[in-house]
Design a protein around this ligand. Structure first.
Ligand code: C5J
Length: 220
């Protein structure tokens, strides 16, 4: 049965059977002190506001029987899947270095894992991605296609980097994407604002923007 999310720039109809929640990179490395985000000079308290609304949307999606997918940005321990250009960006290397939560942005390390508040449950695929976009060099598209998914609710961090890149990749692949703005966060409040405006401008050129309450109401 078709349902509707209230959203900008206009309401979005969706079928819960073909809708998935994608939670992007809610890893310690991005939202807790001592990880990659902080190593880059950012104040992680700015993105922590997304955790609580994200948790409510995650619970509502589970209750409604939606497919739920989590992503993690990170690399193999030998860093062979990390392009030199990413490793040395800004002239300084952080990826792979030892930090308080283990080696930064390396798979299997404590900092790379998803925060306990939003931890996946059995049956929820985790996509390990080497890039910013969740489709690049992953099997996300195959997994979504195999389940006939058409609509994506996209939460996570950061708004203008991995959320934005993933939504653009998804939009080009034919998915309708909706972002609950309070379930995303950025170290730069102005980037958060304009990243969302860029998505919904020109008649939802890349997707829709809403909030956690509208997602929860739409799923009921
Ligand atoms: C960044 C991300 N910001 N998950 N990654 O490097 O947005």
């Amino acid at each position: 049965m078709m349902k509707t999310f209230q959203a900008d720039p206009f309401a979005l109809d969706f079928d819960p059977r073909t809708t998935a929640l994608v939670v992007i990179d809610m890893q310690r490395d991005f939202v807790e002190p001592g990880g990659f985000g902080e190593a880059l000079g950012n104040d992680v308290s700015l993105v922590r506001g997304a955790i609580e609304p994200c948790g409510r949307v995650l619970q509502a999606a589970r209750d409604a029987g939606l497919m739920v997918i989590h992503t993690r940005e990170g690399h193999r321990p030998d860093l062979t899947d990390c392009p030199p250009a990413k490793l040395t960006r800004g002239g300084k290397t952080f990826i792979g270095e030892q930090g308080p939560k283990g080696r930064i942005l390396v798979r299997g390390e404590n900092g790379h894992d998803i925060i306990p508040e939003l931890y996946p449950v059995a049956g929820e695929p985790i996509i390990d991605k080497p890039g910013k976009g969740a489709f690049y060099q992953t099997d996300l598209h195959l997994i979504l296609q195999s389940r006939g998914i058409k609509t994506l609710i996209v939460c996570g961090v950061t708004t203008e980097v991995c959320v934005n890149t993933t939504v653009r990749e998804a939009n080009d692949r034919g998915y309708e994407c909706i972002i609950p703005e309070d379930c995303t966060g950025s170290y730069f409040p102005e980037f958060h604002k304009y990243a969302l405006e860029m998505i919904k401008a020109q008649g939802a050129i890349c997707g829709w923007v809403t909030n956690a309450d509208n997602i929860i109401a739409g799923l009921k």
